[in-house]
Design a protein around this ligand. Structure first.
Ligand code: MG
Length: 390
């Protein structure tokens, strides 16, 4: 089994990756967290990695002190994250960072020719063309951890010579399935964080509630599997049992099913191509009784069509839309804007970038600039409500 590092080990995906590493005795060479030094210390004492990194530099002193009696190297900041991502002792990098912070560490790992198990979808959304190009150049493998993309990846096994007609992404529909725009104006942060099937971090839970998550996953699928945007369909599947599907040229549709437990796709990416026993509950089809499928309501949940249009345009458009969403979600979590404003701001961001003209992506700095400009746009559009609410 190959040695790994876990970027974002204190988050929802990260702690579940630690479960998988513990179960299969996978050697963990590096761990990183954002601010939770208590948990980082606990994980470091359990797994004895070569180094740990806390990305918020304010917590460097605290972590250093906690691990003073060990020989574990302590790092901090984005530089530290990139150093852990390119550690010589590890063959596989699990990237479970949240948001755009995942981009540079992914590139570091890919440039070192590592196998990257990618749970950070923003990496592929904003900088997908650059990341996949660098992966090809350096012989690095990018394996999906997102459950939908893991499902597609599993359905593609053994079918390399056959032409894919469509990828079908399933979406749970989130906590607000069936809501009208009016209903959405009344929902709270607490409502948005209550996902019906999956236990996830706050950012992805809110993205699931707006369907932005499915839009980001559509872009992710286009980059990862090199298909046209119009070859990716989204269907609502409330039960989250069918994790996604691939339709081949002859009309055959392959699906991957399982209980909604992220440890399954995490383990598949880490152990690929092996399948070993998993901590997840086995699937009982008679217990779920029925599996349902429906069209998403793209009029009410505008983030999904916005993402489809952004990836059709390519270049800086996906990074811009993603940056606007990250800024809007942060403001919503701070109580500065209502839930409905997220979709409005993301739609407004697409209009803005189309008006200004989409630019081609030639370097990371193009991605970071588009991201910064999008955040700027969101702040300029919400200044009024920020001042008003205080
Ligand atoms: Mg997903």
């Amino acid at each position: 089994m190959e040695d790994i590092v876990i970027l974002g080990s204190t988050g929802s995906i990260g702690t579940q990756a630690c479960d998988v590493a513990r179960l299969h005795k996978i050697r963990v060479r590096g761990l990183t967290g954002h601010t939770n030094t208590r948990l980082l210390e606990k994980q470091a004492r359990e797994f004895h990695p070569d180094c740990v990194c806390v990305s918020d530099e304010q917590f460097y002193g605290d972590l250093k002190q906690r691990l003073a009696d060990t020989d574990i190297r302590v790092l901090s900041g984005m530089e530290g994250l990139c150093e852990v991502a390119s550690l010589h002792s590890a063959h596989t990098v699990l990237n479970a960072l949240v948001g755009m912070d995942g981009l540079l560490p992914t590139l570091s790992a890919v440039e070192m020719g590592k196998k990257v198990a990618l749970a950070n979808k923003e990496t592929l959304v904003a900088g997908g063309e650059l990341v996949m190009h660098a992966a090809r150049e350096n012989g690095a493998e990018v394996l999906p951890v997102d459950s939908e993309h893991s499902a597609i990846f599993q359905c593609l096994q053994g079918n390399t010579i056959n032409r894919v007609r469509r990828l079908i992404l399933t979406a749970s529909g989130g906590p607000f399935y069936g809501y009208t725009p009016d209903d959405l104006r009344r929902v709270t942060l607490e409502d948005a964080l209550r996902h019906p099937n999956w236990s996830m971090g706050a950012k992805v839970s809110i993205d699931s509630a707006t369907l932005m998550n499915k839009g980001l996953e559509l872009i992710e699928a286009v980059r990862l599997f090199d298909v046209a945007p119009d070859q990716v369909d989204v269907v609502i599947h409330r039960e989250s049992i069918v994790h996604s599907m691939v339709e081949y040229e002859d009309g055959a549709v392959m699906a991957q099913l399982g209980t909604p437990d992220m440890r399954l796709p995490i383990q598949y990416a880490l152990l690929y191509p092996q399948r070993l026993p998993s901590p997840a509950e086995p699937l009982s089809l008679t217990q779920c009784a029925s599996l349902t499928f429906a069209q998403p309501d793209e009029g009410t949940f505008s983030c999904l069509p916005v993402c489809r249009e952004a990836v059709r345009k390519g270049g800086t458009a996906p990074a811009f839309v993603n940056g606007a969403n990250e800024a809007a979600v942060a403001l919503f979590r701070e109580g500065q804007i209502g839930f409905s404003r997220i979709g409005e701001l993301v739609s407004g961001a697409l209009e803005k970038i189309l008006q200004e003209g989409v630019q081609p992506l030639t370097s990371v700095s193009d991605v970071l600039q588009a991201d910064a400009a999008a955040r700027e746009y969101v702040y300029s559009r919400t200044e009024h409500s920020l001042n008003g609410k205080g």
